[in-house]
Design a binder for this molecule. Sequence first.
Ligand SMILES: [Fe+2]
Ligand SMILES: [Fe+2]
Length: 236
Amino acid sequence: MTEPEVSVPAVMRNYHEVLRNDLSKVLTPLAQTGAVADFAAAWQGYCKAIAVHAAMEDGVEGAGGGSAAMLDLHFDGAAGAAVFAAEHVEEHAMQHAVGGAIPNGAEAVRSAFASYRVFAEAHLKHEEDIMMPLVARLPMSAKPALFATWCLSAGIAHGEFEHFVAHGVQSLSTFGSAKNTPVGATRVFVHALKTLCTPMQWATYGPVARRAMPPEIWAGVVAEVPSLDDAPLRAA
Ligand SMILES: [Fe+2]
Ligand SMILES: [Fe+2]
C-alpha cells in the first residue's frame, strides 16, 4: 500500500488549526456561558501549548532558530522575523490580560478574551499569508532536515513539548481542522511529527500522540499510514 506523502510543515501549519479550535470551539463557548473555572483550566492548557508553538517560530537560544529566521535566511529577509516576534510580545501581553481577568469573573473574562481572540486570529492569518508561500518555495527534499533543525529542536528546548503534542492531537482528533476530518487532520500532524523526530525522540512523543487520541481515530490514522504503527503504548 502506498502511504500518503508527508507534509512536514504541517507541524507548524496544522498547529494553527489546533489554536483556532481552542479559540472558537473550546474557549469561546466557555467564556460566553460564564464557566470561569472551566475556562481557566482550558486557558492554561492553551497558553502552555501556544508558548511552545511560538518558540518554534521565534527560536530558542542555544537550540533551533525558529521558522521565521529559517525563512529569512533562505529568502533574503522576506519572512520578517522581527515583525512576528513583536506580535508575539503583544499577544503575550494580551494573554496576561486574560489571565488577570479570570479572578474578576465572567464579564471580565468575556471582554478580555474577545479582544484577545481577534488579535490572535489575525496573527495566525498574518503568519500564514507571509510564511506559507515561502515554505512552499523551499526544496521539498530539504524540508525535513530544515524543520527538524530550526523548529522541532526549539520546541523541545522550550520545554512542555509533551503537552504541546498531546494538546494538539487531542484537538485535531476531536474537532479536525477547517478542511479535514479528525482522522485526516490528526494523521497529517502525527505523520509530520514522526518524520521530523529522531527514532529516540519518536520513542518519547509517538506514545504521547497515540494516547492523546481515541482508539478509533488511531485505527483510522494507521489505516492511512501503517508505518506510524510503531509507537507502542508506554506503560503509565
Ligand atoms: Fe506566532
Ligand atoms: Fe504560528
